[in-house]
Design a protein. Sequence first.
Length: 479
Amino acid sequence: MTEQYDPLTLYIDGEFINAGDRKSQPVFDSASGQVLGQLPHATSSDLDRALISAQRAFETWRFESPLKRSEILRRVAVLNRERADQIGRQITLDQGKPLAQAIGEVVASAEIAEWHAEEGRRIYGRVIPARSPEIRQMVLREPIGVCAAFSPWNFPFNQAMRKICAALASGCTIILKGPEDSPSAVVALARLFHDAGLPPGCLNIVWGVPHVVSLHLIESPIVRKISFTGSVPVGKQLASLAGLHMKRMTMELGGHAPVIICADSDVERAADMLAPYKFRNAGQVCISPTRFFVHDSVYERFVSRFIERTKEIKVGPGLDPATTMGPLAHERRVTEMLAFVDDARSRGSEIATGGERIGSSGNYFAPTVILAPDSRSRLMLDEPFGPIAGMVRFTDLGEAITQANSLPFGLASYAFTESSRSAHLLATHLQAGMVNINHFGSGPAEVPFGGVKESGYGSEGGSESFDGYLVTKFVTQMN
């Protein structure tokens, strides 16, 4: 029997809109393949209505008291926690992650609303001492305008919450296209903000064929800022389009994160931490550790312990309390995992564990560890975005850092060492927007979240998250 799945809607100008005569698409249970519901696509008229409502609302919201904005965001956080169990259950159905992880994603997102509620009250300008006493010089930080945001399917609640809260706390209004594969979280978010008293038009939720929706929104002169989280190829396409129209962007793109295990690291602790972290959300995490560079002197110990912990992972339906790794989000991810494994095998690598699909129904794939992948293999060049880890030996730390930096990606990186000298070297030379040494510290609302190189630019966290939504105005006045 299929679990109860809430109706899916558009949300435009404060109104929840059912499919009606609109085109819709089925949403599937990633564990069973059964249809959960139908997701309505926005028509061109719907998109235009969202744009007009967002522009109208901006003219009021931009001048709303920061205290009022803060009050609404705090109410969102309260409702967020009250409804976390139900929202998490819906996420498990359409996205696949274990229920405890889904609920955890929702609960943690309440802090995003709270943090922006407080920091949005501290968007300060400054006074610049003038060269003449009759002149006054001020710098104001003002909201940029209507924003178009595109959020991913792997953390559908958290990533959408980041974009919405940063925009609203800055005084902007926002149109968000969420992920059609796992839409329930974004519809639930719309209900949270609606019930918290957000004025109509400040937040609009639309769905549809991705390139059609993105083209319509980005080309509109109403939209002044773009925020996208997703793959590098799609990010480049959207960045090109936004650049053509001179629109500001925040891009959080793919990662392919390296891990460096130094000779002096606490090997067992590192393996115990990294194995569950690697296979969290079935490896479908932009900051998931994937390329493991392990010092030759501790390679056997680390790999043995990591494989041991990997084999303890229980793969199954996300609603099963015993499950620690659910299915992949959709069938095409399973096909991709098989291609990565076949490529590694054809190049002589050893598949130490996993490497195959599990069962004949559902999108299940075994947690996989590949030893000594060739430097030209897909695993070492392309982000798998799934439950596959590659293990490579190194003898010199400088060599390992060079290999870690060799790809055009630079989102997150990880390292384990007990040496302060090595830690300093790693922090200084690893080319990534987020460097984690001996722990996993990326993700809290108060810290920056973003990459360098082809992994994007701008931040989806910390005080830096406001930068993409604010413009600087210089005012000089002679008395």
